[in-house]
Design a protein around this ligand. Structure first.
Ligand code: C2O
Ligand code: CU
Length: 446
């Protein structure tokens, strides 16, 4: 098989596909020595949060905040995060969603570490290799802990560009994380009403939209044309200008949206049938409260045909070292002593789901087939997947790299990745309720 691909981020591995390398502990952990250029301390603790609606939320938080603090750092930095658990009885971990960290830093309770119990600490160290929009969350009983608030945004800014002109206007760069606490309406950065910011016309704006919910969410950006400049932390090649398209984002996924602030208000909101549901962000050129015209349902942005193509490191013609077909379905059965709907992969529930075995350097193709009636946002840890086809049709446009791919009912996707990050990894549905009811599996390097 020809393995002479032009290499493009995020897969730039050139390991031979034939011989498995001996894996050492150093391959599985982040750098343990050396001074960290960026340090964060995150304490998991219960807190009563007052929402702007006036309701209170008995939350489980990082540092008493809902969502947890936004972590911002620069590409290339060695980062150290000290996790401390104050009073979350079942223990916590932190998973860096979308970052291809060494396996021991991946934060999966029961796979890469034990949950950190009350009074205990755990130190994560890794180099921030990828620039982009990510998020972090507990991966111990995630269906409960993320819902209760143990998550936050993580932004890795590109390493400073020496050629950047000093006269460029300062960018307004905002991470916006969508979530829905139990019994509450949806929130954006913890706010449940319209937040307002004054932005001078001509200012470049980048909104980093993160979905921390279990279901896909749809937002509209009104009052401006825009580009989708990154998907799941990967820059789009030559993103076209869009107008009047809605953004439907997979649970766990991220879209970065860019535009230049116009001379009129811009609204980022969940809106259906021309009704503003009151959740969102208003950017105003003059500090006023005027809203752009609300729209009825808009056509959806399609990442499968957006931007300009680039040479691919692998494609449909590649001969793959491993191919796995994963059928997603629902079944009814006993689980935890009660009859429940179970979410299955190839007819099994975790931990009986099939394991995907690979060797370092392998080119791996996965086919996802959704035979059920719900969306399954499939999240692969430690790797990025290149989407090859959707429902048999090849993707066109910019290479579509994803770490969390929404597979809608009836859909089939073919995706591929290079096995370049040894260890034991999760591949699971990011509807955390589905993952808790079976829809989870392992990827293991032999
Ligand atoms: Cu964002 Cu395994 O999770
Ligand atoms: Cu699912």
């Amino acid at each position: 098989a020809p393995h002479s691909h032009a290499s493009h981020a995020p897969d730039s591995g050139t390991a031979p596909s034939s011989n498995a390398k001996t894996v050492s502990v150093a391959d599985l952990t982040g750098p343990r020595a050396g001074t960290a250029e960026r340090k964060f301390a995150l304490t998991a603790q219960k807190a009563t949060i007052r929402l702007p609606s006036g309701n209170t939320l008995e939350a489980w938080t990082f540092n008493g905040q809902y969502p947890g603090p936004e972590l911002r750092l620069k590409q290339g930095e060695l980062v150290e995060i000290v996790l401390e658990n104050k009073d979350i009885a079942d223990g916590v971990t932190i998973h860096w969603h979308g970052l291809n960290v060494p396996n021991a830093e991946d934060g999966v309770a029961g796979a890469t570490q034990d949950a950190v119990l009350p009074g205990e600490k755990h130190v994560y160290r890794f180099r921030a290799e990828q620039a982009g929009t990510f998020w972090y969350h507990s991966h111990q009983q995630a269906s409960v802990q993320v819902r209760k608030g143990l998550f936050g945004a993580m932004v890795i800014e590109p390493a400073a560009n020496a050629n950047a002109s000093r006269s460029e206007p300062a960018i307004r760069d905002l991470a916006l994380i969508h979530h829905k606490p139990k019994g509450e309406g949806p929130t954006l950065n913890g706010a449940d009403m319209l937040a307002k910011q004054t932005v001078a016309p001509g200012t470049p704006v980048r909104l980093r939209f993160i979905n921390a919910e279990n279901l896909p969410v749809t937002y509209q950006l009104l009052g401006t044309s825009f580009q989708v400049s990154a998907i799941d932390g990967n820059e789009v090649n030559e993103p076209n200008l869009l107008a009047n398209q809605a953004l439907k984002l997979a649970a766990g996924g991220r879209y970065d949206v860019s535009f230049t602030m116009p001379n009129r208000p811009v609204l980022f909101t969940q809106a259906t049938q021309g009704k503003n549901r009151g959740k969102g962000l208003l950017l105003s050129p003059d500090g006023g409260d005027a809203l752009p015209n609300l729209q009825a349902d808009l056509p959806l942005f399609d990442p499968a045909r957006y931007g300009a193509p680039l040479p691919l490191p692998f494609d449909l013609a590649t001969s793959y070292d491993r191919e796995y077909v994963l059928l997603f379905d629902v079944a009814f059965g006993m689980y935890d002593g009660r009859i429940d709907g179970l979410w299955t992969i190839n007819g099994e529930v975790f931990p009986d789901t099939p394991m995907m075995l690979v060797q370092e350097g392998d080119l791996v193709k996965m086919t996802f087939v959704n035979r059920s009636f719900m969306d399954h946002p499939m999240h692969l840890h430690g790797h990025h997947m290149l989407v090859l086809t959707r429902n048999g049709r090849q993707t066109t446009g910019s290479p579509w790299w994803t770490d969390t791919l929404n597979v809608a009912p009836g859909e089939t996707y073919e995706v591929a990745f290079r096995a370049g990050n040894p260890g034991l990894w999760m591949d699971h549905c990011h509807n955390q309720d589905h993952a808790a009811l079976g829809m989870s599996m392992h990827l293991l390097y032999e």
